[in-house]
Design a protein around this ligand. Structure first.
Ligand code: FES
Length: 70
């Protein structure tokens, strides 16, 4: 069984990421206020597209899907 983190933006573009922190592998939590994926272990944060913007992780998230739904 695989887990994905899914976000659909206002233009119906769907982003799916692997919700596992690229630092040491903790499971990420969705932050609905900030629209970010946050790591509860050491505080790394990623935007809904999977781009890293707060350390200590040094890599973006693994992208599983990035497409616009008709
Ligand atoms: S495992 Fe996520 S910040 Fe360390």
């Amino acid at each position: 069984m695989k887990k994905y983190g899914i976000y659909r933006d206002e233009n119906n573009r769907i982003y799916a990421i692997k919700p596992v922190c690229t630092h040491l592998g903790c499971e990420l939590s969705w932050n609905n206020l900030e629209k970010t994926w946050d790591c509860p272990c050491h505080g790394s944060r990623f935007d809904y597209k999977g781009n890293l913007f707060y350390n200590p992780a040094v890599k973006d998230l693994e992208i599983k899907l990035d497409k616009t739904e008709e």
